[in-house]
Design a binder for this molecule. Structure first.
Ligand code: NZQ
Ligand code: ZN
Length: 387
């Protein structure tokens, strides 16, 4: 195991009715809030009115940015930064899914950034200051509720890039699983795939001596498999929604990456797909990940055997390690397919046209991969396998 420092400053408020704590939490940071929301789901589920009611009761001034789209765009970040500066906003409150909360985080960093907000995403290094962020999460997927990442797209340049800074870790995150009961089936599935993908990016690592981290990761994957069946059978199953929500938070809050090298190549490849074709993040990951697994498994079959045996119960009798590993990968594809996730780029009408330029862009100015270092040609091959 490698040396590590772990510090996660986000306060989690988890469970039914925890929104009642919102006024108290917001007041700790001042009396002026920028409320950031998406395309309308928070209004349809009644959460918007509830949040406005609580903020009003507590005498908080409310400014707003609404209409954040999936694969959130830099223009909403610019709009929010301007409002915050003009009104001396004390806290940016994101209420919605990952796209909304990532926009809130980027605005909070943009307020303290000297320059156009897009430069935070393209410059060397990370922004290190932000005004406080709060989050009310309505979709289990990204882990943004308890991490310092924000991912934003610039459709003019076909780029989807991230910042990573503890400055934007939400100071508090309210997670009421009831809100996630209305997430449409396809987004529920994308969320589950995204959570699994976050685990894979950190699980498939050559760092030796990490049995606790491995078993935490496996427990998230096994729980996800069990609970995904329940939630797809009955979208209002509170306990299943709650468990999936907790899986999402624990998959990307630093816990399972303690003392390990991680990978993140599949995410980088997927971000190219989202940047060029505006497809849902979880949909792209469902297509790419099993192909990445096949492409890199010979770099270390042991981890893939462990995954197949422990997560899917694959038997090792009379089989080579390679056969066991491949069976685990097939079971991964089968699990995604059973949930209704896409399995080929053709499912999004994506052909060969831009594979080369996406491969080039995925490796430009950065090292890609941990389990196997990927060159442009490797990325191209993985994309080609995914057609
Ligand atoms: O826009 P609204 O109307 O709110 O509708 C959203 C959207 O259409 C809807 N939705 C959200 N909560 C709902 C709901 N519909 C009904 N009931 C509810 N309770 O779901 C749709 C998808 O929302 P979105 O926020 O885009 O989904 P998600 O949470 O999966 O976020 C995806 C974004 O996060 C980035 C992805 O790349 C993508 O841009 N990621 C962020 C990460 C992070 N910050 O750590 C890590 C991830 O790997 C990922 O890259
Ligand atoms: Zn992801």
């Amino acid at each position: 195991m490698n040396n590590f420092t772990f510090h996660n400053p986000t306060e989690l408020l988890f469970g039914k009715g925890m929104i009642k704590q919102l006024g108290d939490r917001v007041k700790k940071f001042g009396n002026s809030v920028l409320l950031v929301t998406g395309g309308g789901s928070v209004k349809r589920i009644g959460l918007y009115d509830e949040v406005i009611g609580i903020l009003n009761e507590n005498g908080i001034d409310i400014h707003e940015v609404s209409g954040v789209k999936p694969n959130p765009r830099i223009d909403k970040v610019r709009e929010g930064v301007k409002i915050c500066r003009e009104n001396n906003v004390d806290l940016v409150l994101g209420v919605g899914g990952g796209s909304t909360i990532d926009t809130a985080k980027s605005i909070a960093a943009g307020v303290k950034f000297d320059g156009d907000p897009w430069e935070m995403f393209t410059m060397d290094g990370e922004p290190d200051k932000a005004i406080p962020v709060g989050a009310v999460l309505t979709l289990a997927a990204t882990g943004t509720e308890m991490n310092g990442n924000a991912v934003i797209s610039n459709l003019e340049t076909n780029e989807k890039l991230a910042i990573h800074t503890p400055a934007v870790n939400p100071r508090f995150s309210i997670l009421d699983p009831v809100y996630t009961c209305t997430v449409p089936e396809e987004h529920t599935v994308y969320g589950i795939v995204d959570i699994a993908a976050h685990v894979y990016e950190q699980y498939f690592s050559h760092t030796p001596g990490t049995p606790v981290q491995d078993r935490w990761a496996e427990s998230i994957l096994i729980t996800l498999r069990e609970e995904s069946k329940k939630v797809l059978d009955n979208p209002e199953d509170y306990e299943a929604r709650a468990n999936i929500m907790l899986c999402g938070t624990m998959a990307l809050n630093g816990l399972i990456a303690m003392g390990k090298e991680t990978d993140w190549a599949s995410h980088a490849i997927e971000h190219e797909l989202s940047a060029f074709y505006d497809i849902p993040h979880g949909g792209g990951l469902a297509i790419i990940f099993p192909n990445w697994m096949k492409y890199v498994m010979d770099e270390g079959l042991d981890k893939f055997v462990q995954y197949a045996v422990r997560v899917f119960g694959v038997s090792t009798d009379d089989k080579t390690d390679r056969e066991v590993a491949l069976e685990g990968i097939e079971k991964t594809r089968q699990w995604f397919n059973e949930m209704g996730a896409p399995s080929r780029l053709a499912d999004y009408n994506i052909g060969e046209e831009k594979l080369e330029i996406m491969a080039e862009s995925a490796v430009s100015n950065k090292e890609l991969g941990g389990y196997k270092k990927l060159t442009k040609d490797d990325v191209y091959q993985i994309l080609k396998m995914s057609l």
